[in-house]
Design a protein around this ligand. Structure first.
Ligand SMILES: *Cc1c(COP(=O)(O)O)cnc(C)c1O
Length: 510
């Protein structure tokens, strides 16, 4: 059982509770929180788990990471039920089996049936309820002015913002402020974020770039005084609760793909910040017999380059691709994997020593823009992972090819992020040439969210219509709803802080 958490950069023995880990987000030494032990699941338990619903499975997994003294089982069960009641599919994350037909075992794991049509909902619906739960408990009998609050502040170029807003909307004592660059996100994403009427939600349209927004958010997190006053909370992908919530679908999809047979399974995951695939790594380390986890990157390929060379090096510029949610320079959650590799390969299993090594690597990354690891580290990584890099033309071609040739159902439409994964899956199939392997390709967004890329790929296809074939009724309606946003005339930290405080007063939270 692993109910306590340590930092990836700490050389001390000290650990944190689950609650602190979640509320704090990042460790005070700049490292990420990891469980002090990875709980093990034996074959008999896996057998029992194989027939559970998504919700019951989530509960069993979470119980291994959260002590019942921190959250009693009945409460955790209720949190899980509530978090997934907002999904449009009763299975939460259904598996589209054998989509391509022609005897290929290519299954698409649809993670986009949550409120914002993107995989981030799986985690953020849970995180919002968790924040509210911790606050309610702390605030039980306190008068209004003494109540503890969380002010979630984030910057978005797309998916994270809307998923965070839908996760936090209406939660008591929680407010959420999402900054985005005016005119630089897709219309549907802007509509999703700005049409949420809840009083505790405020979008800030900032005159500037996404980097300006992100810099402002970083400055706010670093502002000790503002933090003390408002208890600023992060919901970005390094939050441990997000990784934890994502483990469920690896188990769930695995059981559905093999259906009791003895099969090898590979997961292929379109990756940016390495949060999604990291949950698969934990599932594998817990005992789920996964053959390999395949990292699929777009041309922002720091992960693919690392797996091939052992050099972790940030590029100078981020490339704008068709899969923008994966346009990153460094991959924040990769630090967690690096910790396990350092501990097992270089530190002979010593946790404290691993913390020291990580510290050195990340100091080097900061000062020199890169670090290099021993070939033995890559060798070890390759026992769990493989990697593929997919270009924009290949992404488009994959959307088209799947639309033209899919059998179950016909004309299956991929979003560009999912297409990066499916292209990588096809390459793996060709390399493996092994019909006994089941490939589970993770689908991270509904195609309606990335209209331009999808239309670009499919416009020549006969009979194709975005309105008819892609756009769900619920998203069509968004354009008719009233928008609630606040313009921030200058990309300036002081101005944003002032705006947040003014809005908090209106929300009755300050
Ligand atoms: C966030 C996101 C990803 C990347 O997930 P990571 O956890 O950052 O690797 C991929 N696709 C979509 C649609 C996303 O929103």
């Amino acid at each position: 059982m692993s109910h306590s958490y340590r930092s990836t950069r700490s050389s001390a023995k000290e650990t944190q509770s689950f609650e602190n880990t979640i509320i704090q987000g990042l460790a005070s030494d700049g490292g990420l929180f990891i469980p002090s032990e990875i709980p093990q699941v034996d074959a008999k338990t896996l057998e029992k788990w194989s027939s559970l619903s998504f919700q019951d499975l989530a509960l069993e997994i979470m119980k291994l990471y959260i002590s019942s003294e921190e959250i009693p089982e009945a409460d955790l069960k209720e949190l899980v039920q509530r978090s997934y009641s907002t999904f449009r599919s009763s299975e939460v994350t259904p598996l589209a089996k054998n989509v391509s037909g022609n005897g290929e075992h290519l299954h698409v794991l649809e993670l986009y049936h949550g409120p914002t049509y993107a995989f981030k909902d799986v985690a953020l619906q849970f995180v919002g309820n968790l924040f509210e739960y911790f606050l309610q408990r702390a605030n039980k009998d306190l008068p209004q002015e003494k109540r503890k609050k969380i002010t979630v502040v984030g910057a978005t170029s797309g998916d994270t913002g809307s998923a965070a807003i839908y996760g936090m909307r209406g939660k008591k004592d929680v407010s959420v402020f999402i900054l985005y660059p005016t005119g630089r996100i897709s219309p549907i994403q802007e509509e999703q974020m700005t049409t949420v009427p809840d009083k505790n939600v405020q979008t800030l349209s900032v005159k500037g770039t996404f980097d300006n927004c992100q810099d402002i958010v970083k400055a706010i997190f670093g502002d000790v005084e503002f933090n003390k006053k408002h208890n600023v909370g992060a919901v970005n992908s390094i939050n441990w609760a997000r990784i934890l919530a994502q483990m469920t679908y690896y188990f769930y999809a695995y059981f559905q793909a093999i259906k009791g047979a003895q099969s090898k399974v590979k997961f292929v995951v379109p990756s940016g910040n390495f949060g999604d695939i990291l949950a698969g790594y934990y599932a594998k380390k817990m005992g789920l017999p996964v053959e390999r986890l395949v990292i699929a990157t777009n041309s922002n390929d720091i992960l693919d380059r690392f797996m091939k060379t052992g050099i972790y090096e940030r590029s100078d510029d981020v490339a704008a691709t068709l899969s923008p949610a994966m346009d990153i320079l460094v991959s924040s959650n990769f630090e967690r994997l690096l910790w396990y590799l350092a501990r097992d390969v270089l530190a002979a299993g010593d946790d404290q020593k691993a913390g020291e090594i990580l510290n050195q690597w990340f100091v080097q990354l900061k000062t020199e823009g890169k670090f290099v690891v021993d070939p033995a580290v890559i060798e070890r990584a390759l026992t769990d992972f493989d990697s593929e890099r997919v270009s924009d033309p290949e992404t488009k071609e994959t959307i088209k090819e799947m639309y033209r040739s899919s059998q179950n159902p016909k004309n299956y439409i991929l979003d560009p992020h999912t297409a990066v994964g499916v292209c990588a899956t096809k390459r793996q199939m060709a390399k493996d040439n092994d019909n006994s392997i089941q490939y589970i390709s993770l689908s991270t967004a509904h195609p309606a969210k990335f209209a331009d890329a999808v239309n670009d790929a499919l416009s020549e296809c006969e009979g194709y219509s975005f309105e008819k074939d892609v756009l769900p009724e619920e998203l069509k309606k968004l354009s008719t709803l009233e928008k609630k946003l606040k313009f921030v005339e200058k990309a300036d930290v002081g101005l944003v802080k002032q705006t947040i405080e003014e809005e908090l007063v209106k929300m009755g939270l300050f």
